[in-house]
Ligand binder design. Sequence first.
Ligand SMILES: NC(=O)C1=CN([C@@H]2O[C@H](COP(=O)(O)OP(=O)(O)OC[C@H]3O[C@@H](n4cnc5c(N)ncnc54)[C@H](O)[C@@H]3O)[C@@H](O)[C@H]2O)C=CC1
Ligand SMILES: CC(=O)C(=O)O
Ligand SMILES: [Mg+2]
Length: 374
Amino acid sequence: MIIGVPKEIKNNENRVALTPGGVAEFKKHNHTVYVQATAGLGSGFSDEDYVAAGAQILPTIEDVYGIAEMIIKVKEPIASEYNLVKEGQLIFTYFHFASSEELTHAMIERKAICLAYETVEKKDRSLPLLIPMSEVAGRMAPQEGAKYLEKPMKGRGILLGGVPGVKPAEVLVLGGGIVGTQAAKIAAGFGASVTIMDINLSRLRELDNIMPANVKTQMSNHYNIKEAIKTADLIIGAVLIPGAKAPHLITRDMLKDMRPGTVLVDVAVDQGGCIETCKPTTHENPTFIIDDVVHYCVANMPGAVPFTSTLALTNATLPYAVLLANKGWQAACSQNDELRLGLNVVNGEVVYKGVAEAFNLPYTSVNNVLEAYA
Ligand SMILES: NC(=O)C1=CN([C@@H]2O[C@H](COP(=O)(O)OP(=O)(O)OC[C@H]3O[C@@H](n4cnc5c(N)ncnc54)[C@H](O)[C@@H]3O)[C@@H](O)[C@H]2O)C=CC1
Ligand SMILES: CC(=O)C(=O)O
Ligand SMILES: [Mg+2]
């Protein structure tokens, strides 16, 4: 198969979807790999590194989309890329369709095969291609929160860990999955007083067992959230309903209950955000303020730490990408339940329920689509 790796063009997105080691793996299976010039630089890989591993370098993004049967990316195609996508081209990347009607319609119109990292799902319901980036974003969330809590950054002016004789800051984490767990762990390490809320009581039991003493668990419901936000210094949004739009656990009117300078880090912003007032921001302009509350809503947080993120992401994606190249997407998705759940839009049809429901679009079962190709 011909594989193309474009350079990421989202603001401050320094990750790349394939390392030179990944190129060597594809070559071992007799595939052809084209990498856009300088695509790996932000992650520490030169064009020469890719050539030494067996890739060919193409000068422009148009060249890469033009030649590839499978495009491997990190972030969703942005508007300037829509028209580069070809009918029948397999695009393997994060899409987060439920948060963008425009992207969904664009990919339907282009008749691409859109296989989304974030909905590839194992039998135990874990999301193997989201986990590594959720680990990164979760660990970053208290770090970013701590920074924006500083007074010059418009925060309350409180140190997460406090000091002897002065209480630490209060951190509220909404969602106790991968992001929430990692965020709580790091915030606790800073010495903050942390509360994790989730609707899954079994998960709260597990967290209660493994977390240090400065992390408490509480059932997530409107009453508890409304009480907790009155005294929280930092609130981290980390809920997920796979493939669907995130529920708004904090609504616009609730901001008035928070203290001035409270910081919100809505990691779930890529699925629309669990805080109503959160809209996607960039690493260049990460925050905005509403009602004296600082909102941090960067949709590609791991892009800022590419030396960690690119390796963590490609460790997880490469085996699936090689399977797709070896078998073709139709056979790979027919035979592999995990990959099949990654299909979101195929040849103009929406085959993931959460996406169809988000925009009231017709839904076609993925099995029907695969049968048509059998
Ligand atoms: N902004 C960024 O750069 C990044 C964003 N993310 C996003 O972070 C979000 C969380 O991802 P993961 O932690 O991997 O998901 P996960 O599936 O591991 O955890 C989500 C948790 O939310 C809980 N939940 C669902 N509804 C809830 C409610 N009403 N109240 C409280 N908890 C609730 C679930 O029970 C689950 O424990 C996703 O939207 C993901 O795409 C992930 C990586 C990077
Ligand atoms: C998961 C995601 O959106 C990211 O890593 O950017
Ligand atoms: Mg207020």
